[in-house]
Write a protein that binds this ligand. Structure first.
Ligand code: IMP
Ligand code: MG
Length: 185
């Protein structure tokens, strides 16, 4: 689906984007590759739980799980950083904690984007305490700006530019999540 500028502006409510960074087709192709790689990584017959970080990962999770050709289960976590806008503040709140028992299951955390690393540096130790059989992360986007990450994502969709990105689940003050591509503001 190729969108012309009028269709893009209809989606953004008239807000001009700086550029489209990844098209819907590029994302789809990359998600397909990652799904294959993830399926190949986990031993057959062992439980796999994908844990999506809301809200940003909701579209990525829904596309990714359909590209992983093996049995798996899905749950979500809400980890919200305070404030809105284009910068992440230091603190992370866990708003929803999945009931899912992580013990002895392969857990794959699904992130939309790794930026400062604050979110995952807080979350990973909490999840590790629950005794998963393994704990890995897949991130659609990685800005490679975090000074320290307690866990590097094992799979990364794209090494992202240092711009503020929106679309395909990513928001700016809750807007633009429904863009089928990823653009920069
Ligand atoms: P971190 O804690 O700084 O690594 O950022 C994690 C969260 O901040 C992501 O899960 C996003 O929700 C949000 N975020 C970081 N960079 C961007 C961006 O460029 N666009 C939209 N959201 C972002
Ligand atoms: Mg956000």
């Amino acid at each position: 689906m190729k969108m012309n500028s009028a269709q893009i502006l209809a989606r953004t409510g008239g807000r001009e984007l700086r550029r489209i960074v990844y098209t819907a087709e590029q994302i789809q192709e990359r998600v397909r590759q990652m799904g294959q790689e993830i399926a190949a990584h986990y031993p057959a017959g062992q439980d796999l739980l994908l844990l999506g970080l809301l809200k940003g990962s909701f579209i990525f999770v829904s596309d990714l799980v359909r590209e992983i050709p093996r049995p798996l289960q899905v749950d979500f976590l809400v980890a919200s950083s305070y404030g809105s806008g284009t910068t992440t503040s230091g603190e992370v709140r866990l708003l929803y904690d999945p009931e899912a028992d992580l013990r002895d299951r392969h857990v794959l955390l699904v992130e939309d984007i790794v930026d400062s690393g604050t979110t995952i540096n807080r979350l990973i130790p909490l999840l590790e305490k629950r005794g998963p059989r393994s704990l890995e992360m897949v991130a659609l986007l990685h800005k490679h700006v975090a000074p320290h990450l307690v866990l590097e994502p094992k799979w990364v969709g794209f090494d992202a530019p240092h711009e503020f990105l929106i679309g395909y689940g990513l928001d700016h003050s809750e807007d633009f999540r429904n863009l089928p591509f990823i653009g920069s503001l």
